[in-house]
Design a protein around this ligand. Structure first.
Ligand SMILES: NC(=O)c1ccc[n+]([C@@H]2O[C@H](COP(=O)([O-])OP(=O)(O)OC[C@H]3O[C@@H](n4cnc5c(N)ncnc54)[C@H](OP(=O)(O)O)[C@@H]3O)[C@@H](O)[C@H]2O)c1
Length: 246
């Protein structure tokens, strides 16, 4: 199985897994201790599959208001019902308009169109970009993102947003449970906007990872599978590796 296969999970499978994982919602939420006084945000998930579903569920458990969206509102309604009272479902347009923070968790090939259709709603907002380019899945835009760097190309596609790249090279299954042992593992993030980095860092901590800023949008090229920063690394390991990548 190649890395893309390993990362790719069909949505139906996710919803089944989410049903089983719903029991997790009843468990004590370890991240809550870290985030107890953090401001509660409205978070719009653009894409509610493996990554969007896992992140949105944990943030809702941490007390944020989450709106799930995709091209299938019925699936998003089912997911929101599983997650509970702080989750709702809407179209991508509704989720982007609703949100203080917009999280893109879609195949990279969807970003050009979404960047256009959501341009007004995401302008000036904090955006977390979890998306990775795979040419065989995402086509020409992925070729370009690999050549120019995903951080820079995402910034072009989602122009006007305050983008932080994060969550790109860990498996979604870990995103769902990392809060059970908060802060043990580092999370490389990249971005240029100080306030967006602060907001995204708090959200990364609530998922259970300690954020490590590795640089601006240009460094976003290293935040994806098959780079030295991929996988779960300690804060010290991330800093040491990032220093060799400038
Ligand atoms: N899976 C991982 O472990 C992992 C880890 C880190 C990063 N990533 C990256 O994160 C992104 C999401 O990965 P994933 O594994 O969560 O994928 P996934 O399970 O296939 O989910 C993708 C989600 O995006 C939605 N979507 C697709 N096209 C859309 C469009 N044009 N407009 C709105 N929604 C759309 C899908 O729903 P509909 O098709 O119903 O619209 C689905 O909800 C990818 O770029 C991936 O490379 C994945």
């Amino acid at each position: 199985m190649n890395i893309q296969d390993a990362f790719h999970v069909r949505r139906r499978g996710f919803l089944k897994a989410a049903g089983a994982a719903a029991a997790l919602a009843a468990l004590p939420f370890a991240g809550r201790a870290i985030a107890a006084d953090a401001p509660k945000l409205k978070i719009g998930m653009i894409g509610s599959g493996r990554v969007g579903g896992a992140l949105g569920r944990v943030w809702a458990q941490a007390g944020h208001e989450v709106m799930f969206s995709s091209r299938n509102l019925d699936d998003d309604k089912a997911l929101a019902a599983q997650v509970g009272a702080r989750a709702r479902a809407g179209t991508p347009e509704e989720a982007a308009a609703f949100a203080d923070v917009v999280v893109f968790a879609v195949p990279y090939g969807a970003l050009p169109e979404l960047g256009k259709s959501l341009a007004e709603s995401i302008r000036g907002k904090v955006v977390i970009d979890t998306c990775n380019p795979f040419p065989d899945r995402d086509g020409e835009i992925a070729e370009r993102a690999l050549a120019q760097g995903a951080g820079l190309v995402s910034a072009e596609l989602l122009a006007g947003a305050r983008i932080v790249r994060a969550f790109n090279a860990i498996n979604s299954r870990r995103m769902a449970v990392a809060h059970e042992e908060p802060g043990r593992i580092g999370m490389p993030i990249a971005g240029d906007d100080e306030e967006a980095i602060r907001v995204a860092s708090d959200l990364v901590r609530e998922i259970g990872y300690e954020p490590v800023l590795v640089g601006g949008a240009g460094m976003g090229r290293y935040l994806m599978p098959r780079t030295p920063l991929a996988g779960e690394l300690t804060v010290e390991e991330i800093r040491r590796i990032a220093a060799t990548l400038q």
